[in-house]
Design a protein. Structure first.
Length: 174
């Protein structure tokens, strides 16, 4: 929400210039939209009407277009490693083609900078855990070729998430 408002400040608090039905985008209106986005799931056609009733039609249209464009972008490696709680749901719901882009970005990022903080380790393993078996296998296979990352993945505390992928790699090599 904050990123949207930062990118479109003209849709925030345009006092005195009402849009549709006297509704105009205000700080309180955007706060309400934010709460509704987090806590409610509306059918597509109803979502537009609800938000238009709070911040006006123009602002609602621009906001929903921005959301749709943002949803089509793959989650980045930096987001996985640094902002996992905020992107976990989006990452889990990505289409296979977007997931492949995320996996590739993650491998490339870790090849260049393999040192991970404890939080980044946890986030990486959490991401691996949401992947389907075939993608999990492919990602772990790539990551174990990076020695510092392999050392992280081989820790006992990550066995539940990584074990199946490592077993599959071993049987393929055997």
């Amino acid at each position: 929400m904050q990123q949207f408002l930062a990118a479109t400040p003209h849709l925030l608090a345009r006092q005195g210039s009402p849009l549709d039905l006297g509704m105009e985008p205000t700080e309180r209106g955007w706060e309400m939209v934010s709460i509704l986005r987090r806590q409610c799931r509306f059918p597509r056609e109803l979502e537009m009407e609800v938000y238009a009733g709070i911040v006006g039609r123009e602002a609602a249209v621009v906001f929903l277009q921005w959301c749709a464009e943002r949803q089509e972008r793959p989650v980045t490696a930096r987001q996985i490693l640094g902002d996992w709680p905020q992107v976990a749901e989006r990452a889990a719901g990505q289409r296979d083609d977007l997931q492949a882009v995320t996996v590739s970005d993650l491998v490339t990022t870790l090849e260049v900078a393999p040192a991970l903080t404890a939080a980044e380790e946890e986030n990486l393993v959490a991401y691996i855990g949401i992947l389907p078996r075939d993608l999990r296998f492919a990602l772990v296979k790539s990551l174990v070729q990076i020695p510092p990352v392999a050392a992280v993945l081989c820790q006992d505390k990550y066995d539940a998430t990584i074990f199946e992928a490592i077993q599959a790699i071993s049987s393929e090599a055997g």
